[in-house]
Design a protein around this ligand. Structure first.
Ligand code: ATR
Length: 282
């Protein structure tokens, strides 16, 4: 990579940021596309977020990714929010166009891309059981409902949040049945047995921990498991899926998917997703 007077700058805002795989992944794609740009990690604290967004304009950055914990907080500082990001209620990609900052959310489509490329799974007409009710769950719900899943069951440790999502999204997507369930064995059993896809949108497993309930064991052997967590080895849930011979994938494919769509928004061309994938492989 040769930096010079015309090198374009973009990057990612987050706190923490040092662990992010996006700089490695985006710079590999930038290099492969022979674009004169560099993607930089920016450690942005909450109190500096508004100033950091203003710097996109003042420094002429062509755009940024936004990650935890700023995806929602960044929204009031932007000039425009696209429909997908409005539905999800969060922005993970900002495009700087002639002084205007436009917020997008590519997480949901990245998730769908990964379901397709990693598992050859198409959500249309399928029953999905989703664990968690935070921002990652919202992106997955919007994507699955847009892809016309038949039923989305949301289960969360704090039941009220699952119920809030059910109420909100059942009004927006009448073609999908939404159910909220407490995170309890008896309540989840029928949904596990009938699920075509189980999705873990929580961080459980990141540090080797597991849910207190048996989950993988109750799935049908033809069910798929998508775990948004990615860790150096297999998490306990991923190991259980592997032991049962289920088709499963971790969140690396979603990272590549969301990054690829962001790349397209910034540069107007598709990146080499195989290269993005290979530089972040285990
Ligand atoms: P994100 O934006 O990444 O989804 P979040 O908004 O903080 O993060 O949401 C985290 C989700 O993981 C929540 O659904 C949370 O459950 P609660 O709503 O009950 O907090 C879930 N979660 C986190 N740690 C968990 C654990 N140890 N067991 C079960 N669920 C957990």
């Amino acid at each position: 990579m040769q930096l010079n007077g015309t090198t374009k700058v973009l990057g990612i805002f987050g706190d923490p940021i040092a662990h992010s795989l996006s700089p490695r992944m985006q710079n590999a794609a930038i290099e492969a596309a022979d674009i004169n740009a560099v993607f930089v990690p920016f450690h942005v604290r909450k109190v500096e977020l508004e100033a950091a967004v203003a710097a996109i304009r003042s420094l002429g950055l062509i755009g940024v990714n936004v990650t935890v914990p700023h995806k929602e907080a960044v929204m009031p500082f932007l000039d425009e929010i696209d429909n997908e990001a409005k539905l999800i209620g969060a922005v993970n990609t900002i495009v700087h166009l002639d002084g205007r900052l436009i917020g997008h959310n590519t997480d949901g489509r990245g998730f769908l891309d990964s379901l397709q490329s990693d598992l050859s799974f198409q959500p249309a007409g399928k029953n999905v059981l989703l664990l968690g009710a935070g921002g990652a769950a919202r992106a997955a719900i919007v994507a699955l409902a847009q892809a016309t899943a038949a039923r989305i069951t949301i289960s969360n440790r704090t039941f009220g949040k699952a119920e809030e999502l059910r109420a909100e999204f059942s009004g927006l997507f009448p073609d999908t049945e939404f159910v909220a369930e407490p995170f309890e064995v008896e309540r989840l059993q029928p949904h596990l047995a009938s699920a075509d896809l189980l999705v873990n949108t929580t961080v459980v497993g990141l540090h080797g921990e597991n849910f207190s309930l048996p989950l993988i064991e109750s799935l049908s052997t033809s069910a798929f498991f998508y775990d948004m967590v990615y860790a150096p080895g297999l998490t306990p849930l991923q190991q259980a899926a592997s032991d049962r011979g289920l088709a499963f994938a971790d969140g690396r494919g979603m990272l590549v998917g969301q990054g690829g769509i962001a790349f397209q928004l910034w540069f107007g061309v598709s990146p080499a997703s195989d290269i993005m994938r290979s530089v972040i492989a285990k």
